[in-house]
Design a protein around this ligand. Structure first.
Ligand code: 5AD
Ligand code: SF4
Length: 450
């Protein structure tokens, strides 16, 4: 019997990318194949994001496009996974006749059953959230490659007042330490060179007595030539122990994503972020002392309810004080069900856009300055392949997550670590010259036991 083929389109954060691999792992174990091409698929699943309204609108647009495919292929199954499934539940099936199944982030084990039913013409909804589901025993499906996302915990208990995640992904729960380490060992043996440990708030990770610093430290010892990254950290929970663990392990990248959201204490309070700007700045200072050369990125929201021009200036001020290496910057988008939804969304669209533009411009000039300061320095990068623009150049990233492009060199290929001298840069990219090969990628690495 030929297997039914599934194609998954993933939207939103890295958590969703990791979930897509878990879903493919579940489906393959249950007799489905993954389709290389959307036109070969018997089942199309959209793994969706609800974080802002524009993310949801994009997915509604995509569903509209998929209508044509369903006309061409009557038995085609179309399903919604992820945060929108949880948020909109039956609406998606009722209003848009097109959708056959809606399955939320904690119900993926039941997906084979839902798909089988849908192939038989029966619609299905599974959107219960769980306090315990971590998919610990599922081996995510991954093509061979260099870089892998590993979800180490699920959900969020922070309840920032603007954020829909605690409602769409449920309560915080951590995966077992051993199963995470085993997954990393397998990836190392397959020749992967970088893993990113993922959670909405990784600093709350806890398995028995092991906290996130213990997990990171054990992960780093598996294979010294495997880079370990992690995201996202919350400023309330970033411990000294974690900072010291980063400093003590060369292959834990000196890069921390630490969302600040706003520079105004009044707005931070309304956002329920549970820290002050003074605390945040002290934390940055401390991290820079413990981890020399550490780089930071952040998330910033412009136009939160009641944000005044002074509040906005405070955000620009904190950006100048910290000098983030990079930032993800957004306009506030009211989300139903959140605490902030009850506040008046009173910063008009034009003001939100203008403030966002100022934030983006400032960040670009700071990133550009920081990049200019690296000219002349030597950096070790992990080569990831050809540069996006030309096959005459290779590209890789530094420990601090900056992209470096340099002219092609005979014998250097993806997966190699090389030293480059930085010769120039823009706000987004550094340019360099090859100096030396520091670590050649072997065909198959043998994992060192922890
Ligand atoms: N509006 C705008 N940005 C949001 N984020 C989360 N919720 C919202 C919202 N309602 C941003 C935050 C968070 C990042 C993942 O998305 O900055 O850190
Ligand atoms: Fe949302 Fe805040 Fe949790 Fe991040 S920490 S997922 S912003 S509630």
């Amino acid at each position: 019997m030929t297997k039914n083929k599934v194609f998954i389109e993933t939207y939103g954060c890295q958590m969703n990318l990791a979930d897509t691999e878990v879903v493919l792992g579940i489906l393959q174990k249950n007799g489905f194949d993954s389709a290389k091409n959307i036109d070969d698929a018997d089942v199309i699943l959209l793994n969706t994001c609800s974080i802002r309204d524009n993310a949801e609108q994009r997915i509604y647009g995509r569903l509209g496009n998929l209508k044509a495919k369903k006309w061409e292929k009557k038995n085609l199954v179309i399903g919604i996974l992820g945060c929108m499934a949880e948020r909109l539940r039956s609406d998606l099936i009722d209003e848009k006749k097109l959708v056959d199944l809606v399955v939320g982030p904690d119900e993926y084990r039941r997906l084979p059953e839902f798909i089988d039913n849908a192939l038989g013409g029966e619609k299905g909804i599974g959107v219960k959230l769980s306090k315990t589901e971590t998919y610990d025993d599922i081996i995510p499906y991954r093509e061979d490659g260099l870089q892998a996302w590993i979800s180490v915990m699920r959900g969020c208990d922070k309840f920032c007042s603007f954020c829909v995640v605690p409602f769409t992904r449920g309560r915080e729960r951590s995966r077992g330490l051993d199963s995470i380490l085993n997954e990393i060992k397998q990836l190392s043996t397959r020749g992967f060179r970088e893993v990113t440990l993922l959670g909405q708030n990784v600093n709350s990770y806890l398995d028995g007595n092991n906290d996130f610093a213990d997990l990171l430290s054990a992960a780093a010892k598996i294979d010294k030539s495997l880079r370990v990254r992690f995201t996202t950290s919350h400023p309330q929970d970033l411990s000294d122990k974690l900072l010291e663990t980063i400093a003590a392990n060369k292959n834990i990248c000196n890069y921390i994503h630490l969302p600040v959201q706003s520079g105004s204490n009044r707005i931070l309070e309304l956002m329920n972020r549970t820290y002050s700007i003074e605390h945040y700045l002290n934390l940055i200072e401390k991290a820079r002392k413990i981890i020399p050369g550490v780089s930071f990125s952040t998330d910033i929201i412009s136009g939160f309810p009641s944000e005044t021009f002074e509040d906005h200036l405070a955000t620009l001020d904190v950006m100048q004080k910290v000098r983030f290496d990079g930032a993800y910057m957004f306009k506030y988008s009211p989300r139903e069900g959140t605490k902030a939804f009850r506040l008046n969304d009173d910063v008009d669209e034009e003001t939100k856009s203008k403030r966002l533009q100022e934030i983006i411009s400032l960040q670009q000039s700071i990133s550009n300055e920081i990049n200019q300061e690296t000219i002349g320095k030597e950096e070790e990068i992990l080569v990831e392949g050809f540069s996006r623009k030309s096959n005459d150049f290779l590209a890789g990233r530094t420990d601090s997550n900056k992209v470096v492009v340099f002219p092609l060199i005979d014998g250097i290929e993806e997966g190699d670590y090389v030293n480059v001298k930085i010769t120039g840069g823009t706000s987004a990219t550094l340019f360099g010259e090859f100096i030396s090969l520091t670590n050649k990628k072997e065909k198959s690495l043998t994992a060192i036991a922890v």
